[in-house]
Ligand binder design. Structure first.
Ligand SMILES: Nc1ncnc2c1ncn2[C@@H]1O[C@H](COP(=O)(O)OP(=O)(O)OP(=O)(O)O)[C@@H](O)[C@H]1O
Ligand SMILES: [Mg+2]
Length: 465
């Protein structure tokens, strides 16, 4: 256990708290007990002496003395009868006591004046409590009775209590040390495990590392946080690896074509001028494909890093759509697809980046044209409960339910070869989704395989910020 560990600190705090509570508490207990037993002995002795003094008719009352004598024999108490001149008349249980100093002249004069004596007194190295009462015959002072009780047993019980308190304190300290040790195992071991895990994650980049501690306390939530972190890093690592694999693949395919056809041209492996033109067209198409891929990747990385600056202003979204429809119209016409457009004649104002809106709609309309063989594409703009909705509906090949959740992932294509033959890389929808997000909008897909697809965009109406 390290000296500066949390557990040592906790143990030291517990010990310190125990000591500052136990020391005064023990002292108070000992004081209370010793005062109580001393007061008990004292009040008993005073009561007895008063009772006996009253039982004497005179200092020579043999009958009264007899009863005191019997009592001293039973209890071990000492009694002395003193005449008015201060001389000892009778004594009981005094064998081990020296007589000198038993009764002082000062005490005698006090007793004569009717004042009882109550004092501590040491005889033969033993401490006694000495109590004396005057014996009166009517109003005449005839002598006094002294009672002495050893304080040994009182001190003995105080000593015993003190011993008990000290023992209990040592017991508590031992318990505290035991508790600290127990806590060190309970507390420190998951913390050490977490330290090891985080080092493994940071130094060895082993993102599959997990902490096994399961508890619903603060340490448990720290363990959870570490596990979440490594999980996120693991996903990030997998995504990154997949991403690089995808890019490499996407670049390799057009490069293989370009290399192959350039070689064919160089070696004049064509039969006619027409064939040569076809080769050149392919090279151009593949170069464009690479160019588009680069543009898309640049856009994605800019959005993901939050570096894409939006130039938001009030735009008429119906005009933007008009322009995009015009752009794809030729492609659609060539495929025999009709494009219809429904929009409010007064236009719809949206606070957005016009260029990015155009990018979103171009992607959606290009997809609609690309993945529709016959029928029509319908674009609609309308306002609906404080939202501006844009829908792009086609009668194309549709998307199966199982593919829908992955459409916004980078490089995801339902039919790779089909998409590729159209020049697609599978980045379009992931860019669309991110652009919609940074405009505080939402995108939804409704599709039925073989029947068609509808993309629904929603943007908040009053988004001026
Ligand atoms: N309107 C649609 N109808 C049917 N399938 C669609 C439609 N739009 C998208 N898809 C499917 O979703 C996939 C992902 O679309 P996305 O736009 O991201 O990529 P892409 O069109 O293949 O390539 P590009 O990066 O050039 O856009 C497509 O490959 C296609 O399989
Ligand atoms: Mg696309």
């Amino acid at each position: 256990m390290k000296l500066n560990s949390v557990v040592t600190k906790l143990g030291a705090t517990i010990l310190f708290l125990q000591l500052i509570i136990l020391i005064p508490l023990g002292y108070i207990i000992v004081q209370i007990v010793s005062n109580y037993s001393y007061n008990e002995v004292e009040s008993q002795l005073i009561d007895l002496s008063r009772k006996y003094a009253q039982s004497f008719t005179s200092v020579n009352d043999q009958h009264a003395w007899d009863s005191i004598y019997t009592y001293t024999e039973v209890t071990g108490m000492k009694a002395v009868l003193i005449d008015p001149d201060g001389r000892i008349i009778s004594k009981a249980g005094l064998s081990e006591l020296k007589e000198e100093g038993l009764s002082t002249p000062r005490e005698q004069s006090l007793l004569k004046s009717g004042t009882p004596i109550n004092t501590e007194y040491i005889n033969n190295d033993t401490q006694y409590l000495k109590v004396a009462q005057p014996i009166m015959a009517g109003s005449t002072y005839t002598g006094s009775i002294y009672l002495l009780s050893s304080l040994d047993s009182t001190y003995q019980s105080v000593y015993n209590i003190t011993k008990l308190v000290i023992l209990a304190s040592i017991g508590a300290v031992v318990l505290a040390i035991g508790f600290t040790f127990f806590m060190s195992i309970k507390l420190a071991s998951p913390l050490l495990q977490m330290e090891k895990a985080t080092k493994r994650i940071a130094d060895k980049k082993d993102f599959s590392t997990r902490v096994t501690y399961k508890g619903n306390d603060e340490i448990g939530s720290l363990a959870n946080a570490i596990n979440n972190l490594s999980q996120t890093l693991e996903t990030y690592q997998t995504n990154r690896n997949e991403f690089f694999a995808n890019i490499t693949h996407e670049l390799k395919t057009p490069l293989t074509y370009i290399k192959g056809y350039t070689n064919a041209l160089k070696k004049k492996l064509y039969q006619s001028e027409e064939e040569k033109e076809t080769y050149l067209d392919i090279i151009e198409k593949e170069t464009n494909q690479m160019n588009n891929l680069m543009d898309d990747l640049m856009d994605l990385s800019k959005i993901e890093e939050g570096k894409l600056n939006l130039h938001k202003e009030d735009i008429d979204i119906t005009e933007v759509i008009d322009m995009v429809i015009n752009k794809i119209m030729i492609k659609a016409k060539n495929k025999g697809i009709t494009v219809s457009y429904e929009a409010p004649p007064e236009g719809v104002v949206l606070y957005a980046d016009g260029q990015r809106m155009e990018q979103i709609l171009t992607n959606l309309l290009e997809n609609a044209t690309r993945y529709t063989e016959k029928g029509n594409i319908l674009v609609r703009v309308f306002k609906h409960s404080k939202q501006i909705k844009i829908t792009v509906e086609d009668t194309g090949i549709g998307i199966s339910e199982k593919d829908v959740p992955y459409l916004f992932e980078r490089f995801y294509r339902v039919d790779k070869s089909r998409s590729r033959s159209h020049g697609g890389t599978g980045l379009g929808l992931s860019i669309v989704k991110k652009l919609v997000d940074i405009h505080d909008g939402a995108i939804e897909i409704q599709s039925k395989l073989g029947e068609g697809t509808t993309f629904i965009l929603s943007f908040p109406m009053d988004q001026h910020k």
